[in-house]
Ligand binder design. Structure first.
Ligand SMILES: Cc1ncc(COP(=O)(O)O)c(C=O)c1O
Length: 414
């Protein structure tokens, strides 16, 4: 390695807390796996070792749905694999159909598709804030929105933050900036480590009081949570997102849905008014500076919406039951399991980096793949294994997961 590279890496390793993640690479096989073969939710990771996937966010199992294939390949024949115009110049008409169907599903006037939620955040948040807007960032919101906030701040916008659900502090900040006409509260719809839902009724009440907008990143919620929750499915129906879950309108809300999780596709969208869409087409830089979604992603999404209409609620009911089984089983072993909502993100607290790695290695040995979350992915003391479930998992797989945690318990009690 040349000297310039070495200096860059070495100094960053010393000054940046992300070095903790890099150091773990050498201590566990649970990162950077090569998937050699898959069989349902089982993945072969070496010659004879298989692990059950509890790290995927393909919540509806659409990645494995046999109905996908034909439609995806016929669209590729029609459009080529990647008509790579930036969206400002031209888009295959499949976009129009998809944007209309997404708007129908979530109940906004229109939607605007871009490749990822990350790109949307770093394009849309600075566009909304301009040179002097003010952002109120929930400290538990996804890191990508903090990055977006820093880009906006670089152009002159102000970045304030408050603790999740600390509405008194949020209100004080809104009062402090009440004369600023561009105010944006920034939250996750469903929080990516805890599965908590943003308290949108309260946030929107405050937003209306002080003439602010709420930017809701529903990367996880879209496809899983939806309207009219009841006992049979406390996550609600149709998977039309967290705003519908609360039965709210989109007044004072910019809704961002992700397709890379429940819909197994590289795409994301903004749910908004027609006027806002036109504004973003001119102001959000990924619309003209980035490439578009590959055809396969758009076709997967279209087919996914069709499957969602036919069988989505069945998948969500199964997902809810599997999640409940996992939470109950692991809690009964005595672990602290972070999950208040029944959302299929189940974080099991280990609380120390060394133990986290040792227990990750036990899970791997027992044939389980999870997302290992050390500091700085989570706060110190909250180091955890993040389990995500999908409707393509089985009860037997969940029982194997619980069995692996029983082994971890024995190790921790030694
Ligand atoms: C809350 C949240 N927002 C954004 C993202 C990034 O989404 P995308 O892959 O579409 O950029 C994630 C992914 O983990 C997420 O959890």
């Amino acid at each position: 390695m040349d000297k310039a590279q070495k200096q860059i890496i070495d100094i960053n390793m010393e000054e940046n807390r992300r070095s903790e993640i890099r150091k773990i690479f050498d201590r566990t096989p649970m990162y950077n796996l090569s998937a050699l073969e898959i069989d349902g939710r089982k993945i072969r990771v070496s010659k004879n070792h298989w692990v059950i996937d509890f790290a995927s966010c393909n919540y509806l199992g659409l990645d494995l749905d046999p109905e996908m294939d034909d439609d995806v390949s016929s669209n590729i024949k029609k459009w080529g694999v990647h008509p790579s115009w930036c969206r400002l110049v031209a888009s295959p008409e499949i976009y129009d159909e998809l944007e209309r169907k997404l708007a129908e599903l979530i109940g906004t006037e229109t939607t605007l598709i871009l490749p990822t939620v990350t790109l949307i955040s770093i394009g849309v948040i600075p566009a909304l804030m301009g040179k002097s807007g003010v952002m109120f960032l929930d400290k538990s919101a996804h890191e990508t929105m903090y990055e977006a906030g820093k880009i906006a701040r670089d152009s002159g916008a102000e970045l304030e933050s408050y603790k999740q659900d600390d509405f008194a502090t949020l209100e004080d900040l809104l009062i402090k900036h009440k004369n600023n006409p561009r105010k944006l509260i920034i939250v996750d719809g469903v929080y990516s480590m805890t599965g908590d839902y943003a308290d949108l009724p309260k946030l929107v009440e405050l937003a209306k009081k002080y003439d602010a907008m709420v930017y809701v990143d529903d990367a996880h919620g879209f496809g899983v949570v939806g309207e009219k929750p009841d006992e049979r499915n406390p996550q609600g129906y149709k998977g039309n997102g967290v705003v519908k879950y609360y039965g709210m309108s989109y007044d004072n809300i910019i809704y961002v849905g992700g397709c890379s999780k429940a819909y197994s596709s590289l795409a994301a969208f903004i749910g908004c008014t027609n006027e806002m869409k036109k504004f973003l087409e001119a102001f959000a830089t990924p619309y003209d500076l980035s490439g578009p979604c590959p055809t396969a992603s758009l076709a997967t999404m279209l087919k996914g919406l069709e499957i969602n209409e036919k069988r989505g609620d069945e998948y969500r009911e199964k997902l809810w039951k599997l999640t409940e089984r996992a939470i109950d089983g692991i809690r009964k072993l005595g672990f602290t399991v972070i999950n208040k909502t029944g959302f299929p993100i189940v974080s099991v607290v280990i609380g120390d980096t060394d133990k986290l790695i040792d227990t990750a290695n036990i899970l791997y040995e027992k044939g389980i793949l999870v997302t290992v979350a050390p500091f700085p992915m989570v706060k110190r003391g909250e180091e955890c294994h993040r389990i995500t479930l999908t409707s393509a998992n089985t009860e037997q797989e969940v029982d194997q997961l619980i069995g692996a945690f029983a082994e971890i318990k024995k190790y921790l009690e030694k």
